[in-house]
Ligand binder design. Structure first.
Ligand code: MRU
Length: 356
């Protein structure tokens, strides 16, 4: 998708270096960063220079390429794989991508392994782009249906950033939106600010602006009243891990939006590629929920009057803060899952019909 009119992907491989868009600098500056070794990749995931379930999976895959370039040795590769998996616990795509790479690379001859790793990491990216595009085409039908009934702008609420910046291209939740926009269907997006890191304001609103999609940032607690006032036609969010029973783990606050949508009879869709489905865990209680540094809550970042990025403390110095990064929306509140293979009910039966 476009930034200042130029097409980008979020990650690419060039001259034995992994290139990423440093998302900690957005929206104030657009910086392309080089990841030169596996520690750079682990750090980029941890500090969220890259974030979003599919993108951290792809970064981990390229992290293994960097590991081979650094030290072409199976025990170093295994250690790198373990470290990458630990770098962020909740999004299943990370483990999925590392496992997929390691299946290809374990025990492979040292003179063949690099080409194989580059090839597989690129395949993971290409596949994600294809899947996200299909998610868009499948979700587009839902938006079109609403538009055909309403004959007016379709208002869509989204939480966090499940946009192209969270994937390689297109995004998950945003892909139906971009497809609708390109088709000339008038859409307007309510972008939840998404405290504490403000991915909705800093990333979703930014990427929608760059694509010319009409959007408004709202405080996280505003969605409820907008729904009561009839100003939301549907919600679409992404997910970091969806269980085989249809329970959806996503950025903290998603659950409350789903409850409000349910109370107001507003369709609540979750968009995801199959790499985000955890077929093993049976109960949401077993999902590892990331708890991040409380400073993400107590400090906010912004531009000062001289145009420098600055962090300021906004809480009383003595206050404690707790920063759980994700929550779980039970399947009963999810109208449907928009996947690369079609739209299904958020249930074991629904998922089974699409993914045999
Ligand atoms: O903490 P983040 O910014 O990585 O959280 C991202 C989300 O919660 C997204 O909704 C999710 O990863 C889906 S991305 C297509």
């Amino acid at each position: 998708m476009k930034i200042e009119g130029k097409d980008y992907r979020t990650i690419w491989f060039e001259n034995n270096v992994v290139k990423i868009i440093d998302q900690t600098k957005l929206p104030h500056s657009f910086v392309i960063k080089d990841l030169k070794n596996v520690s750079d990749a682990i750090n980029a995931i941890k500090v969220m220079e890259v974030r979003g379930a599919p993108l951290i999976g792809a970064t981990a895959a390229f992290g293994l390429v960097l590991s081979i370039l650094e030290n072409n040795d199976q025990s170093f590769l295994k250690k790198s794989a373990e470290e990458l998996i630990k770098s962020r616990p909740t999004a299943i795509n990370l483990k999925w991508a590392v496992d997929r790479m390691m299946q290809k690379l374990s025990g492979v001859n040292s003179d063949q392994i690099l080409d194989l790793a580059i090839d597989e990491a690129k395949k993971i990216c290409e596949e994600d782009i294809k899947f996200c595009k299909n998610i868009g085409l499948n979700g587009l039908k839902i938006i079109e249906e609403i538009y055909n009934k309403k004959k007016d702008t379709v208002n869509i609420l989204t939480h966090c950033n499940a946009g192209w910046l969270a994937t390689i291209n297109w995004g998950t939740a945003t892909s139906p939106i971009y497809h609708a926009h390109k088709k000339g269907i008038p859409v307007h997006i309510w972008a939840d600010e998404t405290r504490p890191r403000n991915q909705g304001a800093n990333l979703t609103s930014y990427e929608l602006n760059e694509e010319g999609v009409n959007n408004t940032v709202i405080a996280d607690n505003t969605g409820g009243i907008l729904m009561q006032r009839g100003q939301v036609d549907m919600c679409i969010v992404g997910t970091d891990r969806t269980l085989s029973n249809g329970d959806v783990c996503n950025k903290v606050g998603t659950y409350l939006k789903a409850l409000a949508a349910y109370d107001n009879n507003i369709p609540f869709y979750v968009a995801l590629p199959s790499s985000t489905i955890d077929w093993d865990i049976k109960s949401h209680k077993d999902i590892p929920i990331e708890e991040r540094n409380s400073e993400e809550l107590s400090h906010v970042e912004g531009l000062d009057e001289k145009g420098n990025i600055k962090q300021v403390l906004i809480y009383p110095k003595k206050s404690k803060a707790m920063n759980l990064a994700f929550d779980v929306t039970p399947a009963k509140y999810v109208t449907g899952l928009i996947t690369e293979k079609g739209v299904c009910e958020a249930s074991k039966e629904g998922l089974k019909k699409l993914f045999k």
